[in-house]
Design a protein around this ligand. Sequence first.
Ligand code: SAM
Length: 465
Amino acid sequence: MALYAEAAAVLAGVESRQGSIKSLVYASRFQRVKQLYALVCETQRYAAVLDAVIERAGLLRAEKKLRPHLAQVLVYELLLGRGFRGAGGGRWKQVLSRHQARLKAELARLKVQRGVSRNEDLLDAGSKPGGAAQVPRFVRVNTLKTCCEDAVDYFKRQGFTYQGRASCLEDLRTLQGKRFLLDPLLPELLVFPAHTDLHDHPLYQAGHLILQDKASCLPAMLLAPPPGAQVIDACAAPGNKTSHLAALMKNQGRIFAFDLDAKRLASMATLLARAGVSCCELAERDFLAVSAADPRYQQVQYILLDPSCSGSGMPSRQLEEPGAGAPSKERLQALAGFQLRALDHALTFPSLRRLIYSTCSLCQEENEDVVQEALQRCGGAFRLAPAMPTWPHRGLSIFPGAEHCLRASPDTTLTGGFFVAIFERVEVPSLVSPEQVESSEPSPATKRKKRRRVAAAPEVLPADS
Ligand code: SAM
């Protein structure tokens, strides 16, 4: 594949959390690895600026076949890089040259608006060394293969200093050098200073450790399926959350994991094998086409729905100013449409008790708006449960109860940007005990009234009931 197409594929892989830039570059078949790595890193560094220029120039609206990541790479090369090189890029280079004047003008306008003269000065604070909030390196201990004590001992033997369980976020913010600790909230999460690279670490290679951002550990933890449960992971690849679910279930029960993308499912199969997951059935399927009436899913009580999203919460896409570099309206609309269809569909599974809806987006359209609409459409059958009430960053209060959702961001929680909502089926508790029935049987009309009152009660189930 040509340089630019490869770079776009790596960026897409990083955005959908298939792996790090380094691992995806090495996994590609592209021979000039250094060249590809440098191009991807630089494009990612300028992602917010590039998105802003692309949006203002209307490039994706004019060139409907041009995918967003390829557009970023090509516009980077055109405006900020060395100009187009080699045979790569093909017809897209020609296409870009048609928009060159407009793109250059929009870049110049951005600089004027932000009062800077150099391209470098357009970079957001978080991309500069020593800039804004740095997200620590979080490492989930895979309890299917080891335990926290053994992992901690291993690192200590390697010269790391263990500082015990952190008591607050400040402990994480000040972590430096070869020190590490346990996260204050999540039980099996080790925390190292930002930029600690553990990709070549033997415990990671052996599947004892999973390199996973803290916010991305929340969905499985909050779904909390017990061992023996039947679970659907609706949009599962590349599978970090699936492996977390399997660990919580101690490999007992069944996870039905679906994804549309064959390539991502192949990486997922490798990831799950390495993590020792044996309770998962992988299927290359459109979740929207998985029938809730299928006898195989009649016992499913837990669903994790982590659908494709804009990825606007990923640190590399933090926005410099509100609105700049945000995904286009059209893209958000399309994503939110799919997210809502998937959520509506998931809520039709007959035995479902609890569902987690999560995205790595900061956009209200993909988060609170989707949740609000799904709650309205399900006609009171489900309600939101409070997700970790002590978590500091809550959902935007655009409807009553939205604060039950949680948000995450580098500044507020020292994690990537994230959103989680917990849906729980509203139960109609039995109104009377059998003994009471015997002593005073109410009329059917009274029973109906009582049932309606209970169903409408605003009480919210605790997250981990
Ligand atoms: N939960 C995954 C994890 O933790 O590793 C990440 C999921 S990623 C955010 C979204 C996934 O949804 C992508 O792998 C994409 O291929 C998949 N997807 C998109 N549309 C889908 C559909 N209609 N049915 C099933 N999977 C879909």
